[in-house]
Ligand binder design. Sequence first.
Ligand SMILES: [Zn+2]
Length: 414
Amino acid sequence: MNADRVLEDLRELARLTGGPDGARRVCWTDEWTKAREFLRSRLAELPVEVSVDEAGNLWAAMEGDGEGFVTVGSHTDSVPAGGWLDGALGVFTAVEALRSQAESGRPPVGLRLVDWADEEGARFGRSLFGSSSCAGTLDPDEVRDLRDRDGERLEDVLARYDVELDRARESGARLRGARAYIEAHIEQGPVLESRGEPAAAVLGTFGVERHVAVFTGETAHAGATPMGMRRDTFMAASQAALAIRDVGFAHEGGVCTVGGATSEPGVVTAVPGRTEMLLDQRHLDPDTLAAMLSEAREACERAASDHGCEVELKHLWSIPPIPFDDRLIGFARQAVQDAGGQDTAIPSGPLHDAAEMARLIPTVMIFSSSSPPVSHTKEEDTPEADLRVAIEAYGRTASGMLELAAAGELPPRE
Ligand SMILES: [Zn+2]
């Protein structure tokens, strides 16, 4: 792997589709098309066949000697005013994997790059459109009528990009012959930076439980109602929020977030009779995640009863933890060490296209550090030295996957 070429491509992409306000490659916009044109210009220099599938995912296929192929990829789209590395790092590291392979000859099995469409869901609010279509987990009816800020429907906008929503899942046929998947990405959080580590293997993506806790009590006059005679839902929610923070601390590796609360009537002269509190919980282990949810529920019930209120937990969305492949994680850990990092593996809090692939084929990711440890903002960055370690570790892991496939392991998907 030649990390210089990856960094050059990333800087060129940032020059073309970024600026002082950050990246602007929102999927299903002209800027995204421009980013893809740049990607195509790089792929045009390689012995690959480029095509776009029914979900708008772009594929570049390099033939190999043996049956099937190893898949490398990520997403070129970004959030508005996003960073230069989120998604782009994985795509142009994958380009380099193809480029360095092409220089050393025909691979032992095929090598295919994929640029997933609309990972971010920035325009319509539905993430992982392309990869979940390909994995068969997207329900077209759930997204058909989603509208952007200007009121345009998802289905209509996609049609302008030659994506027929009801046929998007046919893209799954592209995975026939797929043996494994690898993706590089920035961590987007503070863990590696805080440990002084440049890169890491990724264990899998957190399971997520999202709920809204609805507390009901009684709206009452702020002056006329003595303290001991109130059914104050804001106080109940506050007590619950503090207890839920402790649930997060009690389960190592877990996170609990109360993202916000709104009270009614929401005026300075009234005890709030109704409060809705947003709750997000994540963990890599399904049993622990279930325990965290039930403890949060108990905390809400206790707090409600302490304040003479009732509470109901309404389910918003959930996804189970998606672990990556143990053997590939082992490869990736070794590769990170060989590339100058430490033997380390961390879970991913954010979801990634790799999570959709992990449902179907052996999958692994490599994270570089994020420093400052933020993402989805123009301040997003990673020291060049850390990017180099991640790129090198990725190349070594991908080579290991090709060798494993050549040895008859990682069977092609039917
Ligand atoms: Zn991303």
